[in-house]
Design a protein around this ligand. Structure first.
Ligand code: ATP
Ligand code: MG
Length: 272
């Protein structure tokens, strides 16, 4: 589905050129969920932004490839990449209010996302938007469509972002810490929602998170990053029960025992 090979990116700054990620290699197999974990500044977001062509103007992919459905995204023209990003890859960022446009109604945003890839009548679009909002458990979808982002809670706004990301039935969903900006009480709901949307659509998932419990619960594979490099990658069950790298061991040791034991059935002997 997605094969990232030797991906290397850098930023140009006052202090010169800084390499943010170096020789990053991993795969997201079709129908599987892959988690990227690592401490702050380890290069998780830069990896995702490099794949999606979303680095700022002073950032650049200087090596490697990101093959998605047979196309190297790194070599694609911006416009073509934007098309793929909207249609084949759904992106959910950390802050829903950064993803939504504050001055356009939610309905208008559905229309814009739809129109970029497919022609559809206003009433059909409306029906589809309502159906999709219902599928992400947004109550009162008609009212939400008429309204604006600032009228929504963080959790509701992220549901809208997820509905928009799924509008074109993407085969891959990429989410960068999709819940860290949200109230703790809704974090699990949003993760469950992404998980459901991914599974129901037979999609693949690339999920960035700080939380190893989240990886254990939602992902098949894990990519562990440190200082811009991948230090370990493999099946969650293998890596978590038998980490080969010291850094992974440290990350695992830092996880509080209770949720951890709950999240990994093999360690607790209990069903999740
Ligand atoms: N816009 C930017 N300009 C300059 N350097 C950046 C920029 N974004 C990231 N970096 C640098 O690239 C490296 C990787 O950062 P990145 O944002 O990918 O970390 P991260 O793993 O996502 O961290 P966090 O968990 O805090 O989100 C860091 O050294 C960071 O300082
Ligand atoms: Mg980040």
């Amino acid at each position: 589905m997605l094969r990232v090979t030797g991906l290397t990116s850098q930023f140009r700054g006052r202090a010169g050129v800084v390499r943010a990620i170096d020789d990053v290699t991993f795969e997201v197999p079709a129908g599987e969920a892959v988690g990227i974990v690592g401490e702050t500044g380890s290069g998780k977001s830069v990896t995702i932004r490099s794949v999606l062509g979303l680095l700022p103007s002073y950032g650049k992919v200087v090596g490697g490839s990101a093959e998605f459905e047979g196309t190297d995204l790194v070599k694609l023209h911006r416009n073509r990449l934007r098309e793929i990003r909207g249609a084949r890859i759904g992106f959910v960022a950390q802050n829903p209010f950064g993803s939504l446009n504050p001055v356009l109604s939610i309905e208008k945003q559905f229309r814009n996302v739809m129109r970029a890839h497919r022609k559809i009548s206003r009433t059909d679009l409306r029906d589809l938007a309502i159906e999709r909002l219902e599928s992400v458990q947004v109550r009162g979808p008609e009212r939400v469509l008429r309204g604006f982002a600032h009228e929504l809670s963080g959790g509701m706004a992220q549901r809208v972002v997820i509905a928009l990301a799924m509008l074109h039935d993407p085969s891959l969903v990429i989410a960068d810490e999709p819940t860290t900006a949200l109230d703790v009480t809704v974090q699990r709901q949003i993760l469950d929602l992404i998980d459901t949307q991914v599974k129901q659509g037979g999609r693949s998932l690339l999920l960035v998170t700080h939380d190893l419990g989240v990886v254990a619960q939602y992902c098949h594979r894990v990519v562990v990053m440190k200082s811009g490099k991948v230090v370990e990658t493999g099946l969650v069950a293998d890596v978590f029960t038998n980490p080969s790298h010291d850094y992974t061991r440290q990350l695992l040791a830092a996880v509080p025992p209770a949720p951890w034991a709950q999240a990994v059935p093999s360690l607790s002997g209990q069903e999740v």
